[in-house]
Ligand binder design. Structure first.
Ligand code: XMP
Length: 496
């Protein structure tokens, strides 16, 4: 009746996204009515079901901020010191559209030469001066290009050239109010200060023009801050990491492991749920119902599904363990639904078609690495190779990433490991432009797919899937070739 029901027998064939195709349904609604709202965890709902992977070439604060603005969420990777990771989380929580929350500040003892250097490296010279040169301290002046342009001596201290009569905005003011003040002062920058005169953020006139509304943004109900996640491992000091992340305001902790059904992870889930009851916990990874059951019994609020199927993964090759992702998502999704635990289809996504398949197979959200690593918001610089603009992308189990500490994802309960075994590779991915355009493209692609399948929401897709009315067929190898571009010499690969 259904290829996936048959495959639940051990020893049966498992299917990848490429092996299967959705049968069309009846369309009775326009494409814009397809609702992609979905749960990431029991409590967290997203308007765009997209999550960026906790990988050091994918998610730091810039990616997480922009994922959340577009309705998804980013999971900050843990190949950082505890302080660095907590600070990345904090940047997301403090983000306010149009406000620069960590502006470069200098002290009155810094020199004109320091400002020239900042202009050279960062491109601007409008700098708040605080008593100790740090954000959060008392604002004592401001230096702009016109204060230093005619000073010839680079060692001149800023105390002698800075403007001390600074126009400021009050903490909590809206962008509209800030705009009014800037218009009146005719200045390029506006420092925002708290009641004691300490600088909390900065507004640049140029950024104001770019500030837009993000109606789908993923925000907390209470104080409207952006939602953010962060990953941890299962070693004892990951408990300290979790405390620091919670202190920084993290909304969801993802326990990062390629095989989540271990006593180390089950203990960690129980510890986190007991110690931080308001923080959501995603466990994994898992690909079978028995793995999922152990994690559900330990108390997870969401499950991450996928093993050895990521674009940079060699786990299946090296360890001979894993499962084809289409089957993993279907079986774990169907099982976890009975317990009200949403699942996140992690890895192996190569197109909007794969996202649609993952969601229609029972995933609440998809987690992506390679799809997002080439965007402007991913860490790292672009470089050219053979005329193609690329960014580096590496598996967290690659030797390169593990030497920075990420082997905790692949080694459990044994800190004394001498021989590293790579379970990932490193390479590069093609430039994808900015998330501001890419995420809307992904959303619209998925809406078209769901419309063709005749389902206008994920809940509707799952109801039909489980009662046999949303159907997948297996594609033969020839059918897979037929379904791709063929019989064509040169063609444009533009996505949007
Ligand atoms: P994609 O296909 O989106 O996959 O690039 C991203 C997911 O792959 C997992 N991951 C790894 N798996 N070895 C593995 O076996 C690795 O080195 C590795 N690094 C990341 C992870 O689940 C991620 O979200």
């Amino acid at each position: 009746k259904d290829v996936f029901h048959a495959s639940s027998n051990p020893g049966c064939v498992a299917f990848t996204y490429e092996d299967i195709i959705l049968m069309p349904g009846h369309i009775s609604f326009p494409v814009h009515e397809v609702d992609l709202t979905s749960h990431l965890t029991k409590k967290i709902k997203l308007k765009a079901p997209f999550v960026s992977s906790p990988m050091d070439t994918v998610t730091e604060s810039n990616m997480a901020i922009n994922m959340a603005l577009q309705g998804g969420i980013g999971i900050i990777h843990s190949n950082l010191s505890i302080e660095e990771q907590a600070s990345e989380v904090n940047k997301v929580k403090k983000y306010k559209n149009g406000f620069i929350t960590d502006p470069v500040c200098l002290s009155p003892d810094h020199t004109v030469g320091d400002v020239v250097e900042i202009k050279k490296t960062l491109g601007y010279s409008g700098i708040p001066i605080t008593a100790d040169g740090k954000i959060g301290s008392k604002l004592v002046g401001f230096v702009s290009a016109r204060d230093i342009d005619f000073v010839d001596e680079p060692t001149t201290p800023l105390s002698t050239v800075m403007t001390t009569d600074v126009t400021t905005g009050k903490e909590g003011c809206s962008l509209e109010e800030a705009n009014q003040i800037l218009r009146g002062s005719k200045k390029g920058k506006l420092p925002i200060v708290d009641a004691s005169g300490n600088i909390v953020s900065l507004i640049a006139r140029t950024d104001l023009h770019k500030a837009r509304d993000y109606p789908n943004a993923s925000r907390e109900q209470k104080n409207k801050q952006l939602l953010v996640g962060a990953s941890i491992g299962t070693r004892p000091n990951d408990k300290d990491r979790a405390s620091a992340l919670v202190e920084a305001g993290v909304d969801v902790i993802v326990i990062d492991s390629s095989q989540g059904d271990s006593i180390f992870q089950l203990d960690m889930v129980q510890y986190l749920k007991k110690t931080f009851p308001t923080v959501e916990v995603i466990g994994g990874n898992c690909v079978s119902c028995s793995q999922a059951l152990h994690l559900i019994e330990a108390g997870v609020d969401g499950l991450r599904v996928g093993m050895g199927i990521g674009s940079i993964c060699t786990t299946q090759e090296v360890c001979a363990v894993g499962r084809a992702q289409g089957s993993a998502v279907y079986h774990v999704g169907r099982f976890a639904r009975k317990f009200g635990v949403p699942i996140l289809a992690d890895g192996g996504i190569q197109s909007t078609g794969h996202i649609t398949k993952a969601l229609c197979l029972g995933a609440s959200c998809v987690m992506m690495g390679s799809m997002l690593a080439g965007t402007e918001e991913a860490p790292g610089e672009y470089f050219f190779q053979d005329g193609v603009r690329l960014k580096r992308y590496r598996g967290m189990g690659s030797i390169e990433a593990m030497s920075k500490g990420s082997e905790k994802r692949y080694v459990w309960g044994d800190d004394a490991i001498q021989v590293k075994v790579a379970q990932g590779v490193s390479g590069s991915v093609v430039d994808k432009g900015t998330l501001r355009r890419y995420i809307p493209y992904l959303c619209q692609g998925v809406r078209h797919g769901m419309q063709d399948a005749g389902v206008s929401s994920l809940e509707m897709a799952w109801e039909r899937l489980y009662d046999g009315n949303l159907r997948f067929e297996i594609r033969s190898p020839a059918a897979q070739r037929e379904g791709g571009v063929h019989s064509l010499h040169n063609y444009s690969k533009r996505l949007y």
